[in-house]
Design a protein around this ligand. Structure first.
Ligand code: ADP
Length: 473
């Protein structure tokens, strides 16, 4: 399941988005908490200033204040500071800790006070428990008040406090809202993701449906690149090119099977009809000998085709062990020529070998001789009697190069590339009767197994030059 793009996307987006949404929720909550406390703190500071403003010091040192009910400022009626445990408190002390006034809302309760701390810091905030057991925020500040002309002055410690119950209640409900809405938001996000993914994977499903229509029987079918979405166009192009080469290989394979059966069918038919004719009635011994020699010739041809096919298939599978050794190309060519001596003599061909110094390669002797036997044999086969064959051996860059040139029938331009295919024979050269069409494919496979290459240059009626390139040894 985890190897599906969809599952991976969903799992990853779930993890990432959950982490993101929870982080965001926590951040918002913390921010709000700090903001709310700041608001309370600001309020407490303002309240403290207001209280300080209600204290007067006369020049004879008397103190007048309007801090509690009964004094002038409060005559208008009860305030929140007069109601017991109302959540709004204050107290005012002299510097030495003697109480000047406290809000009636405190009752007998006293707000915690650290004279030491206020002396050091001037003011501080703290969160503690109020008279009703509720959480409260306390602001403690020291302030000096003097008589109008500075004759007398006192330092007071003013404390203002507010219940935090409301703030905590708000934060609590905020936290619950965040906690309850998180799964909903994550769920909505995932659902959105599924819909987007489903829609974006549609072209891929379409692509895969198109691909699945291509079968062995419809290998010529191609994906319409202009009809797939832009992101998949490159993939479709690559896929089409792969199909091109598969189709080509498939066709070659198909033609090969039909060619091979055809090649083998001819000698088998000949042998079969000879047998049928000669079994029909008694014939003189001489005739049997002639028939047997025809059968023998065709059997030999079949044998040679089968041998070559086996060799080719082993070469293609890379199953043939090669005995690599350092070889002189000149010696290899000479060996091939000596094997071909009878046919060269029959056609009275002239062969010239030109070697520009010694050229060595790392190769299997037998297979390399086979390569040149095939190429030189072709040069003999496809030349007029008494023709000339030129063989040049030289270095070409970091490669050894052997050119086999003849002045024979040549190869039509449009068929040059195909002569290396198995069983391919050029009809116009009239070669159909003699060769198997396998020699050059074998030569090519051997050369490629040696990390070399073979090329041909030919003009119809003027002759051909086969060039073999091999890494220098
Ligand atoms: P074959 O046994 O028919 O010679 P090859 O694979 O060796 O098979 O060659 C394939 C075909 O290439 C030949 O049938 C011939 O038509 C063409 N060919 C090869 N060599 C030459 C050449 N030197 N001159 C002209 N045609 C050639």
């Amino acid at each position: 399941m985890l190897d599906s793009i969809r599952a991976r996307f969903l799992i990853w987006s779930f993890i990432v988005f959950s982490a993101f949404a929870s982080g965001l929720g926590m951040f918002l909550y913390e921010r709000q908490k700090v903001e709310s406390l700041n608001t309370v703190d600001r309020f407490l500071r303002v309240k403290s200033r207001t209280l300080a403003g209600l204290i007067e010091v006369y020049k004879d040192g008397r103190i007048h204040h309007e801090l509690i009910e009964g004094e002038e400022g409060f005559r208008r009626g009860k305030t929140v500071y007069d109601i017991l445990e109302s959540g709004h408190y204050f107290s005012v002390f002299f510097e030495d800790g003697r109480l000047l006034a406290a809000s009636p809302s405190l009752g007998r309760f006293r707000l915690p006070l650290s004279i030491e701390r206020v002396r050091l810091d001037g003011s501080y905030y703290e969160t503690t428990t109020g008279p009703g057991g509720e959480p409260i925020r306390v602001f403690t500040e020291k302030t000096t008040i003097t008589s109008p002309h500075g004759e007398k002055g006192y330092t007071f410690i003013i404390q203002t406090a507010e219940s935090l119950e409301e703030v905590y209640g708000f934060l609590h409900s905020l936290r619950n809202t965040i906690l309850y809405s998180l799964p909903l938001v994550i769920g909505l996000f995932i659902a959105g993701g599924v819909v987007i993914l489903w829609t974006s994977l549609r072209p891929l499903r379409h692509f895969s449906a198109e691909v699945s229509k291509i079968t062995r029987q419809s290998l010529n079918r191609r994906l319409r690149e202009e009809r797939v979405s832009r992101e998949l166009r490159e993939l479709a192009g690559t896929f089409n090119r792969t199909l091109d080469s598969i189709e080509k290989a498939f066709n070659i394979e198909r033609r090969f099977i039909s060619d091979a059966s055809h090649e083998l069918k001819t000698p088998v038919s000949v042998i079969k009809s000879y047998c049928e004719i000669y079994m029909r009635r008694q014939r003189p011994g001489e005739e049997y000998r002639e028939a047997l020699s025809v059968i023998y010739e065709h059997t030999k041809r079949m044998d040679s085709i089968i041998e070559k096919l086996l060799l080719l298939s082993r070469l293609e599978e890379g199953r043939l062990p090669m005995k690599m050794e350092r070889l002189s190309l000149r010696e290899v060519v000479e060996k091939a020529l000596s094997l071909l001596r009878p046919s060269i003599e029959v056609k009275a061909m002239g062969v010239r070998v030109m070697a520009d110094g010694e050229c060595y390669v790392n190769a299997d002797r037998e297979y390399l001789v086979e390569v040149f036997v095939n190429i030189i044999d072709n040069a003999v086969k496809y030349s007029e009697n008494g023709g000339e064959i030129g063989i040049t051996i030289r270095r070409d860059g970091d490669q050894a190069r052997v050119d086999v040139e003849d002045k024979g029938v040549g190869i039509p331009q449009d068929e040059v590339e195909r002569i290396f295919q198995r069983f391919y024979r050029v009809e116009t050269t009239g070669s159909g009767q003699r060769g198997t069409g396998l020699g050059l494919s074998i030569a090519k496979e051997i050369i490629e197994a040696h990390r070399g290459r073979i090329g041909v240059n030919s003009r119809l009626g003027a002759g051909s030059t086969f060039s073999v390139y091999l890494p220098l040894g």
